[in-house]
Design a protein around this ligand. Structure first.
Ligand SMILES: NC(=O)c1ccc[n+]([C@@H]2O[C@H](COP(=O)([O-])OP(=O)(O)OC[C@H]3O[C@@H](n4cnc5c(N)ncnc54)[C@H](O)[C@@H]3O)[C@@H](O)[C@H]2O)c1
Length: 284
């Protein structure tokens, strides 16, 4: 704990010299921006080298191009987090290319296909959803921590797992389509707490960034598909979740919260859920 945060000249939230792996750094196809892309761009603007990981090679390439165009450092890794070996390969690549890992953000999610009429889902699809939303999170936490323990000093790394208030409540509706997502996020919340205790002695912090309704491509598309509603109705449902009438958040608000959790400024915080939800879980 040798950094003096009281220094007037100090640059706040400085990630220079750090390597940050953002899993889910591409984004679902469609207009707008995703949380993982915004987090990647902001981390790079604050000096990090970003290892941008996603299942979608075109989307993650675009994220890297956006960062490089701004003068930042980043490279892409294509991987499916439902596959343990792919998760391992992400961190092997980061170590081989960058020599270290200081931060990891797990910003992946999926809603597997389901039958809207019969409100049912195949076992394969259900399990795939849990593998992506939860098991992949466990593997990425584990492999990230194994890299971070190699860093010198007492503050060796920061892991940020992106969760959702769908793990606590559901007011946009509920059907089987959302189950692997909601259950996966419950598991992710627990992974954070257990990993925080497990890795504290190695100087690794693990926190959950729990998001409420954020205006992202995935949220807009999946809400329409899950509940069979049009874009306006989907927006209305999201707005109704926030009873305090704060509307919806933007991916940049998520990115600044992630930046705080990644940076040394949050070095005394671990095992917590930082809720960015316009008070949605406060007043229901
Ligand atoms: N947008 C919201 O309202 C909201 C609310 C709560 C939580 N979140 C969380 O924010 C995170 C990012 O979501 P987003 O809304 O920004 O959407 P997004 O589409 O930008 O991000 C999801 C990314 O995950 C990738 N992905 C999906 N399956 C994958 C797999 N098997 N392997 C690797 N990558 C895979 C997708 O290609 C996509 O790039 C998710 O964890 C989501 O649950 C979003």
């Amino acid at each position: 704990m040798s950094i003096d945060f009281g220094q007037k000249e100090r640059t706040a939230f400085d990630l220079s010299g750090k390597v940050v792996v953002v899993v889910g750094a591409g984004q679902s196809p469609g207009p707008g921006m995703g949380n993982g892309r915004a987090i990647s761009m902001l981390a790079a603007r604050h000096g990090a080298e970003v290892v941008a990981v996603d299942l979608n090679p075109a989307a993650v390439k675009e994220t890297v191009e956006l960062i490089v165009a701004e003068g930042g450092k980043a490279y892409a890794v294509e991987a499916d987090v439902a596959d343990k070996d792919d998760c391992q390969r992400i961190f092997d690549t980061a170590m081989a290319t960058s020599g270290r890992v200081d931060g990891m953000v797990y910003s992946v999610a999926t809603n597997p296909p389901f039958d809207f009429e019969t409100n049912s889902m195949t076992v394969e699809n259900f399990n795939y959803g849990l593998n992506v939303n939860m098991l992949g999170c466990y593997h990425c936490n584990l492999f990230a921590a194994q890299c971070m323990t190699k860093n010198p000093g007492d503050s060796t790394g920061s892991i940020v797992n992106i969760s959702s208030i769908a793990s606590m409540k559901n007011e946009i509706g509920m059907n089987i389509g959302l189950m692997p997502y909601a259950l996966g996020k419950c598991g992710l919340n627990q992974i954070t707490e257990i990993a925080a205790v497990q890795y504290a002695g190695d100087g690794i912090r693990v926190n959950t960034l729990m998001l409420g309704p954020i205006d992202s491509v995935l949220a807009n598309r999946d809400t329409q598909e899950l509940f069979g509603v049009d874009a306006d109705e989907a927006t209305e449902r999201h707005n109704e979740v926030v009873k305090l009438k704060m509307g919806r958040g933007t991916v940049w608000e998520s990115a600044y919260a992630a930046l705080y959790l990644l940076s040394d400024e949050s070095r005394f915080m671990t095992g917590q859920q930082l809720r960015l939800d316009g008070g949605a879980t406060l007043v229901r």
